[in-house]
Design a protein around this ligand. Structure first.
Ligand code: GDP
Length: 522
């Protein structure tokens, strides 16, 4: 990947004149924004600290550093901005609102531990974000040259081919503890960023992204932004979704007060009227776009166009109970598509469907399909909140059938969400003689006053994973139709109960529930 281009970022960022040209005018190089990903304990935090430390030593005039969620370093005349919260959970949270946060990802792999599940997830996240990877093989102070070679081999299996093996991804051996290799890593990040030719107009309209926010008891709402376009200045009006404000102060990672922040710069902002959401886009005008950014991005069309514009693909996060079934499903899915429509298995792993799968699906506009694995209740809730299609199957054929429908553009997983469903776990008779059903909500939200059907006996078709046209229509038809007249979670009367929650339901006309009944909202 790093072959020909030379450093094009030596020029200092010009501070724009007042009333500068519209965006598209005076494009200047801007520093890259880098995120650090990798498996837990592989040294992400230590590496971020080591990188920051090289600078503090080099720049004594820099003042006291403070953690604001991002920092900037300078190497060979280039500035590089690092997001100081490592890990793909934080990264995908930033991306959930559709913001393009980072330009380059550093993948940290401990040489003495090798590629691990979160390494694989991190690769999938970088792939979904379409950003280049620089591999940092860390803890080389504890490892042998053979360990490093082994890591490179493991990475190839995950689709990351490092440069010295003929691939595209640069790899640098580092030690966060001794500092070995850190300058080379920075150099490499700079070279990769040069190839991206990142440019922005400092005089253009402001676009910044909230990467961290909090409420300080002394200073009020605080937010760290990375400026992507335009210049942020003290006194500017600012809008992040529904949160407005006026910049009172700008403070950098060395506790220096600034008058303005240019494209690529991280800066802490005082002056928001409330705490803005992480990932929200900040602009200097209240716009439809910025208020929409308050809402998590909802994948309305799961088929995404590929950069070549010829093919569309469906990003799928696959989970299965065993490695064997995972491989069988992957092979079958590969056979489903056509030349222009194909399934892109973004991440394949063994184990229950987790929150991280839902987040990856949300940011990659994909779906999560499972085989013989449970959908965790928190994963289901997150999927509902983010509008992500998720389903687990017990029959491979049915999984393939749904994948094929999704590939043809049908929103089969979305449709299912329209019929919230609950299962009766127990029944209680009140003094009044009314029978209350103690239920677990299986999917969607059940609301007070919803109209419902009650099914008994053969489970509804959804329960075994087959989508139905009229959701909830079991083989036998409903045994009762009614309306929810009482809804409690714990001791509290509530307006709604969500997937994963247990609730008490009273319906009218009175009906005698039985354990195992299924309640489906009409
Ligand atoms: P993270 O979970 O990926 O952020 O990992 P940390 O940065 O917290 O590091 C996990 C552990 O590995 C800590 O005990 C670090 O001191 C140690 N560690 C990190 N980098 C290195 C390294 O290069 N060499 C050695 N020997 N230990 C390291």
């Amino acid at each position: 990947m790093v072959k020909s281009k030379t450093n094009n970022q030596k020029t200092k960022q010009p501070v724009p004149a007042k009333g500068g040209s519209a965006s598209g005018g005076n494009q200047s190089p801007r520093p890259p924004v880098v995120v650090v990903l990798g498996h837990i304990d592989h040294g992400k935090t230590s590496l971020l600290d080591a990188i920051r430390k090289t600078q503090v030593a080099a720049k004594e005039a820099g003042g006291i550093t403070q953690k604001i969620g991002a920092y900037q370093v300078e190497t060979s005349g280039r500035k590089i901005t690092f997001i100081d919260t490592p890990g793909h959970e934080a990264f995908s949270k930033m991306r959930e609102r559709g913001a393009r946060v980072a330009d380059v990802a550093v993948l940290v792999v401990a040489a003495n531990d090798g590629v691990k599940p979160q390494t694989v997830e991190a690769i999938a996240h970088a792939k979904a974000a379409e950003i280049p990877l620089v591999v940092a093989i860390n803890k080389v102070d504890l490892a042998s040259p053979q360990d490093i070679t082994k890591v490179k081999g493991q990475l190839v299996k995950e689709g990351v081919v490092v440069e010295d093996q003929g691939g595209e991804s640069p790899a640098v051996a580092v030690s966060a503890t001794t500092g070995q290799g850190v300058p080379e890593l920075l150099e490499m990040i700079g070279l990769v960023a040069d190839l991206l030719e990142l440019k922005s107009d400092p005089a253009g309209e402001l676009e910044a992204i909230v990467i961290e926010s909090s409420l300080s008891s002394q200073q009020g709402p605080l937010a760290t932004l990375v400026v992507k376009k335009g210049t942020l200045k003290v006194g500017d009006p600012i809008f992040a979704g529904a949160v407005a404000g006026k910049v009172k102060a700008l403070i950098d990672d060395r506790s220096q007060r600034l008058t303005g922040a240019n494209p690529g710069d991280p800066v802490q902002v005082l002056g928001f009227s409330a705490v803005p959401a992480v990932g929200a886009t900040v602009s200097s005008q209240e716009s439809v776009v910025s208020s929409r950014a308050e809402e998590p991005s909802r994948p309305t069309d799961q088929l995404t166009k590929q950069p070549d514009n010829q093919t569309t693909s469906l990003n799928v996060i696959l989970r299965a109970d065993t490695q064997g079934s995972l491989e069988a499903i992957e092979a079958a899915l590969a056979g489903l598509g056509t030349e222009v429509k194909r399934i892109n298995p973004l991440l394949k792993s063994v184990g229950p469907i987790a929150d991280s799968d839902i987040r990856l699906a949300a940011v990659s506009k994909g779906v999560v399909l499972g085989f013989n694995v449970p959908v965790g209740s928190s994963a289901q809730r997150l999927a509902d909140d983010l509008g992500v299609g998720v389903r687990s199957f017990t029959i491979i054929y049915e999984l393939l059938e749904v994948a094929e429908k999704l590939l043809s553009g049908a929103q089969v997983l979305e449709e299912e969400k329209k019929a919230p469903e609950a299962e009766v776990l127990a029944t209680f008779t009140l003094h009044s003689g009314d029978v209350v059903a103690g239920v677990r909500v299986l999917n969607g939200k059940i609301k007070y006053r919803d109209r419902i059907n009650v099914f008994r006996g053969a489970p509804t078709r959804e329960a075994v994973g087959v989508p139905t046209e009229a959701s909830g229509a079991g083989e036998e038809g409903p045994v009762h139709e009614g309306r929810i007249r009482g809804l409690k979670v714990g001791k509290d009367e509530v307006q709604e109960a969500k997937a994963g929650q247990e609730a008490g339901i009273l319906i009218k006309p009175d009906f005698e529930f039985k354990k195992g009944d299924r309640i489906v909202v009409i």
